[in-house]
Structure formats: C-alpha cells, structure tokens
Design a protein around this ligand. Structure first.
Ligand code: ADP
Ligand code: MG
Length: 760
C-alpha cells in the first residue's frame, strides 16, 4: 500500500510537472500568436499607409487635372475657330464682284491654309489626348494590380487569423481535457493500471500538441517570408508609379509647349489675315469709288451706243430682202457663166479627143517609122581612173537644143552623130531607166525585149546595166517595175516571173546560176516543132521580190568570182545575159502570154592591136569581134526587114533569136567615154550606133544597100581599123562649114553602108 502511495506521489509529481510544462508551452504559443497578430496589424497599417502615400488617389488627381486642362484647350480651340470664321466672313462681303477679288481669294486661300494648320494642330492635340488617355489607362491598370495585391494580402491575413483561431481552439480543447486527468489521478489511487493508461494517453496527446506547435512555427516562418516578398512587391510598385508619374509630367510638359506654340501660330495667323484683309478692304473701297466714277462717265456713251444699236437693228431687219435680191441676180449671172463655160468645155473636149486620136496616130506612125530598134548613147562622167593631163581632157559636147546629137572632138576635128537619144554624164540612172521603161512594161503584154549595153571597156556598160548597190541600174529597176506592174494587174492576171543568168565567153554558153558553171550549154530547137529555141539545163529562178533578185544576183556573182581569178577582166571579155521571163494567165479568159526581157552587158568593143595580141587574148578578141559584128548584122537585117537574118552567126544572136525577131523590141545603149585618149574607140562606138540606127527601112533597096556586117567584110572595108587611125567617114560638127543638120548627117553616112568592125 505504501508502495502504491509512493507511486501515486511520484505520478502526481509527474503530472504536476506535466501540467507546468503544458502551461508554459501554451503561454509560449499564445505569446507567439500575439506577436503574429501584432505583425499582421502593423503590416496592414503599412499597406494602408503606402496606399495613402502613393496610391490611386494621386494618380487620379493627375489624370483629372490633365482632363480639365484638355477640356480647357478644346474650348480655346473652339473659340479660335469661331474667330477665324468671323474673320473669313468679314472680307468676303465687300470683295464680292470687285476687281481685287483675285487678291482676296488668295488671302482666302491663305486663311484656309491656316485653318488647315489649325486642323493639323488639333490633330496633334487629339494625339496628345490619346496619349494621356493611354497613360491614364495604364495607371488604372497599376491600381488594379495594387488592389489585387491588397486582396491577396487580406486573404493571407484571413488565413493566418483562421489558423490562430484553430490554435486557440486546440489550446482550449487541451484545457478542457484536464478534468478527466484529474479524475484519473483520483481514480489512479484506486486503479493504478487505469491511471497508468491515462498517463500514457496524456503523454501521447502532449506529443501531438508539441508537433502542432512545431507546425505553427513553420507556418509562422512562411508567413514571415510572404511578408517580406510583399514588401519587395510594394517597393517595385512604388518605383513603377514614380516612373509613370515622370512620364505623365513629361507628356504634360510637351502638351503645354505644343499648346503654347499653337496658340502663338494661331494668333500670328489671325493678326496677319486681319492686317491683309484691312489692306484689301481699303483697296477695294478705292476701286469701288473709281468704278462708280467710271459708271457715271459711261452712262452717256451707253446711251449713244443703244441708239446706234437700234438704228442698226432696223437696218438688219431690211437686209434679208436686199440680200435675196442680190443673190438672185448673182445666181443668174453665175448660171449664165457656167453655161458659157460648159459650151466652151464641150468644144475643148471635142478638140482634145480629136488631138488625142491624132497623137495616137502620129505615135503609131512614129513607132512604125522608128521600127522596133532604138539606139541611144550614154556618156559617162570623167573619172579618177582617167588620170590627169591633156589625155584626160573632155572631148565630148552636146547640143543644148537637141538631145539626140553628140559632138566628138577627135584628133582636133569635130565629128557629130545623131542617135535616138543622147544622155550626158549628168543623166542619172533613173533618167536612163525612164527611157527604157516602156519597153520593159511591154514584156508583161507578151513582147520580147532586148536591151544591149555596147561600148569599150570602162565606158560604163556595167554601171548602166547593173549599177551600184545604192544606185542600181536597168537590171534591178526593170525587175522592180515588173513586180509593181504585175501587182497592179493582180486582180485580172496571174503572173510568174523567172530569171536566168548566162554568159557567153569564146562562143561558149554557160549557166551563171547553175550548180556547175563550167558546163557548156547548147541551144536547141524545141522538139514540139514550134520553131522556138531553148537551152536545156539553163537554171531558172522564180522571183517575187527585190530581195529574191538580190539573192539571185549575189549567187551568180559568187559563182563567177570562184570561177575566175580576175573577174573584171573576164567580164569585159564575155557577154553577160540576164534573161527575165514573164508568163501570164488571164484569170477570166485563160489567155496565156509569155514575154522575155533580155538584159545584155556586152563584152568590151575595143580593138586589140594585131601585134599585141597572141594566144588566148587573140582568140578572145576574135570571138568578141565576131559576135559583135554578128549582132550588128542581125540588127541591120531586122531593121531593114530582110528576108534572111543571120542569127546563127554567133551564139549571142542565136540565143536571142526569139527576142530579136518578129515584133520584138530592141534597145542598144552605146556607152561612151568622154576623155581625149578614148576618142578613137568612142568614134567607132558612135559609128556603130549610128549605122545601126540609120539603116533605111524598106525591103528592096535595103537588102542590096546594107549587105552583111560580118567582121571579115569590116576588116576589108575599114583598113584603118588594123592600126587605130581616125575614122575616114566621120562627118563634120555643126558650124564647121558643112551641112550640120541631123538629117544631112545621116544622109552623108548612108552611102558607106557598112558598120565598124571590131578588128583584131
Ligand atoms: P564597163 O562595164 O563598160 O567596162 P564600167 O561600168 O565598169 O564600164 O564603168 C567604169 C567606171 O566608170 C566604173 O568605175 C563606173 O563606176 C564608172 N561609171 C561609168 N558610168 C558612170 C556614170 N554614168 N556615172 C558615174 N560613174 C560611172
Ligand atoms: Mg563591165
């Protein structure tokens, strides 16, 4: 029992000890809670202080102030506008209709410009307003964030106080638990085992309480940390607010400055406009006074003018009647005159038609008389190649009144010739072409035409036939003309133009457009029995444009240059032929025509001294001589309408047989060098020309008179030809004492009856 009592005492002591401990702990906890409360309160105070110090109220005040200022500025602007409108209205009234309205309109323009400026400034103001608005918005945002922070803090506070309350409750519950312990102590005395159990339970609870206290401490620590971070946030917010305030201050400053300058501008503009308007007003008033005076002086003049006008009006009223009468008489006169003119015209027309018929008749007669063979001469200009000195002096002159006469001074003696036409050195390619144009067009109608260029080497044959690229001769111009003529007739006729080019060298015919220019070509009779000739293998190119012709010419030229090393020399020793065939079909009747145009650049007609020529050169000269003589013979025979024409005597005449006979047309262009040193050759060329031309028409006498033109006979007839001597039968120039008329020249030449040969 005593043991039990001892134990009970010990337990009691322990319990007391426990109690003391618990009480100490509770007081400690209470103290801590108290502390925390105090801290929370101070924190709340701090927050409210901060709020009152920098919070939204100041910013709001700022904003309000800015808004008020803005409003004031707006009002001022409105006032300015009203003033401006008043000013604009003032000068407009007196200026209306006055001479200085232009100036005033200028002023008005300036005013409107100023208004524009004011509008601009207003725009700037509204921009500034916008800026202020933005800043106010940002302030509101900051306030909102501040409020959020405060709310968070309040929540935190709430949470902490809730925990405090919990802690109080726990303590209260722990206190409430004491009586059962006391009861246990009392009962322990009776039931020690029960007491022991209660003791252990209380120990556990104690343990639990201690844990809770530790947790509370932990919470307290966290709260302290939160408090610290809220402090930091507050500091940041303060810095931001300070920054915004500075920005607001600056914007406000700017706005004030701009307002100031706007105000100044406005005042200045108003003053200027006002001053100008005053000056203008003054001027307008002065003008008005002047106009008034003028009006007073003009009134009498106006009165007289009105009187005049009324008088004129009366006259005009009577004018139509007068006019009608005058018109009637004039019409009658004109009608009479027209009638007279008509009668005259008809008479003239009748006479013209009669003349036309007469002219046609004359022309036909002329053609008949002339025959189809014409001879013209062309004198080339003196060139650099002729050299200088007496040898290169001019020996050819012309008759200014007769373009068919040419005078040559040969070895001091003047000799004259008459041809169908003579072209001086100044005649252009076009002039010459004009002469041959009609011949060429007759080719389209189915006529055969031959144009020969005859003369010594260097006399201008190739120039006349081919010309230069920028000044083409007969060949190219003829084809151009054919193209244009054919084009014109295209609606009724269908034409096909082809060209061939050939050369005759040493009586050998070669194709210049063929693939093998070396090949000798033969002239044959058509197997159809028509008696027509043709050259098998002679290349024909169809041409449709000048480009085509140029290509053909280029091709022929290239062919010749590859074939002969010295083309110039070779060309002067050969006859070059361009044969153009025009075939046409009449679209409506189906009638077919074929015309041939033969353009021949003959070999040089110069004589070669017998002594100087041997071998090839001699052979060439013989061939040239023979063929040119044959040509002369054929032309003479044709012109004198002989029964037999010796076409077969040379390749050239044989080839051209179709184009020389029948109703074919032939033109011989005799080329002449004008210089002294060539007078001998010139003399012979002109003699040849005149002989061809002067052969008498009429079959009987002619045949006996003309005989043959063969080279052999020429050689026999013209001994001077063997050594270049002056022509014995040259006739005198006009004014030289003998009969100088063209007719007599011809008569004088006729008895000789022979043409000059090309002697070897
Ligand atoms: P051919 O063919 O008779 O030997 P060319 O036609 O070659 O003679 O002429 C010899 C030179 O004289 C060439 O340089 C040529 O340009 C020039 N010539 C010929 N006739 C004329 C002319 N009417 N106008 C200008 N130069 C010409
Ligand atoms: Mg030539």
């Amino acid at each position: 029992m005593s043991q039990l009592q001892e134990e009970l005492v010990v337990l009691r002591e322990r319990l007391a000890l426990h109690d003391t401990d618990r009480q100490a702990t509770t007081t400690q906890l209470q103290n801590q809670v108290e502390n925390l409360k105090e801290k929370l309160i101070s924190q709340a105070q701090e927050v409210s202080r901060l709020r009152s110090e920098l919070g939204g109220t100041d910013v709001e005040k700022h904003r309000d102030r800015l808004m008020v200022e803005n409003e004031q500025l707006r009002q001022e602007l409105r006032r300015c506008e009203v003033q401006l409108q008043e000013l604009r209205a003032q000068p407009a009234v007196p200026c209306e209709g006055c001479e200085h309205s232009q100036e005033s309109s200028q002023l008005r323009d300036k005013l409107s410009q100023l208004q524009l400026e004011v509008a601009e400034n207003r725009g700037m103001l509204s921009e500034l307003n916008l800026e202020v608005q933005q800043k106010t918005d940002r302030l509101a945002e900051v306030e909102l964030r501040l409020k959020d922070c405060l709310a968070e803090k309040a929540q935190e506070e709430e949470r902490l106080s809730r925990r405090l309350r919990d802690s109080h409750e726990t303590i209260a519950s722990l206190r409430a638990q004491s009586p059962p312990v006391k009861y246990v102590i009392k009962t322990v005395e009776v039931e020690s085992s029960k007491t022991k159990q209660a003791l252990s339970e209380s120990q556990t609870r104690n343990q639990h309480l201690q844990e809770q206290v530790a947790m509370q401490r932990q919470v307290l620590k966290e709260m302290e940390q939160q408090l610290q971070s809220s402090h930091q946030q507050t500091a940041q917010l303060r810095a931001q607010i300070a920054m915004y305030e500075a920005e607001l201050e600056r914007a406000h400053g700017q706005m004030l400055e701009e307002m100031q300058s706007l105000e100044e501008d406005k005042n200045r503009a108003i003053e200027e406009a006002f001053a100008r308007a005053q000056v203008e007003m003054k001027a307008v008033h002065e003008n008005l006074a002047g106009v008034r005076t003028n009006l007073l002086t003009l009134q009498p003049a106006l009165r007289t003018l009105t009187n005049d006008y009324n008088g004129l009006k009366r006259q005009v009223r009577g004018f139509p009647l007068l006019l009608q009468e005058a018109l009637r008489s004039v019409k009658a006169e004109i009608g009479q005159a027209i009638e007279e003119v008509n009668t005259n015209n008809q008479e003239l027309l009748r006479k013209y038609r009669r003349e036309l018929q007469l002219r046609k008749k004359c022309h036909n007669e002329l053609v008949r008389l002339k025959g189809n063979i014409r001879v013209i001469a062309r004198v080339r200009p003196v060139t650099k190649e002729d050299g200088e000195g007496p040898e290169a002096s001019n020996a050819v002159t012309f008759d200014p009144d007769d373009d068919s006469i040419i005078h040559l001074l040969h070895k001091g003696k003047p000799v004259s010739f008459e041809l169908d036409k003579v072209f001086s050195p100044w005649a252009s390619q076009q002039d010459v072409f004009q002469e041959v144009q009609a011949l060429i067009t007759s080719c389209i109608d189915g006529f055969n035409v031959c144009i020969f260029a005859y003369g010594q080497t260097g006399a201008g044959k190739t120039y006349t036939m081919e010309g230069t690229p920028d000044n083409p001769g007969i060949n190219q111009r003829a084809l151009q003309l054919l193209f244009s003529e054919v084009q014109e007739k295209a609606c009724d006729w269908q034409y096909n133009i082809t060209v061939s080019a050939a050369e005759i060298y040493n009586e050998v015919l070669r194709d210049l457009l063929g693939k093998e220019p070396q090949e000798k070509l033969e002239i044959r009779l058509c197997p159809d029995g028509s008696g027509q000739l043709y050259v098998p293998g002679l290349t024909e190119f169809q041409v449709q444009s000048v480009d085509d012709i140029n290509k053909v010419f280029e091709f022929g030229y290239n062919n010749r240059t590859t074939e002969f090393t010295n083309l110039n020399e070779h060309s002067s020793r050969s006859h070059a032929l361009l044969i153009v065939t025009v075939r046409g079909v009449d679209c409506s009747t189906g009638l077919r025509t074929t015309g041939k145009l033969n353009l021949v650049d003959l070999a040089g007609s110069e004589r070669v001294g017998k002594s100087g020529a041997e071998g090839n050169r001699l052979r060439e000269a013989q061939h040239i001589n023979r063929s040119l003589s044959a040509l002369g013979d054929v032309i003479a025979a044709l012109r004198s309408r002989q029964g037999h024409v010796p076409f077969r005597n040379s390749k050239l005449t044989y080839l051209l047989q179709d184009s020389l006979s029948g109703d074919s047309k032939t033109l011989m262009v005799v080329q002449v060098s004008p210089v002294e040193k060539n007078t001998s050759e010139t003399l012979y060329s002109l003699k040849f020309a005149e002989r061809v031309r002067s052969v008498e028409l009429g079959p009987g006498s002619r045949r006996t008179e003309l005989g043959s033109w063969s080279s052999q006979e020429h050689l026999e007839w013209e001994p001077a030809c063997q050594t270049p001597q002056p022509a014995p039968r040259a006739h005198s120039a006009p004014g030289s004492g003998t009969n100088s008329r063209p007719g007599s020249i011809r008569r004088k030449l006729q008895p000789s009856g022979k043409l000059r040969p090309v002697p070897v």
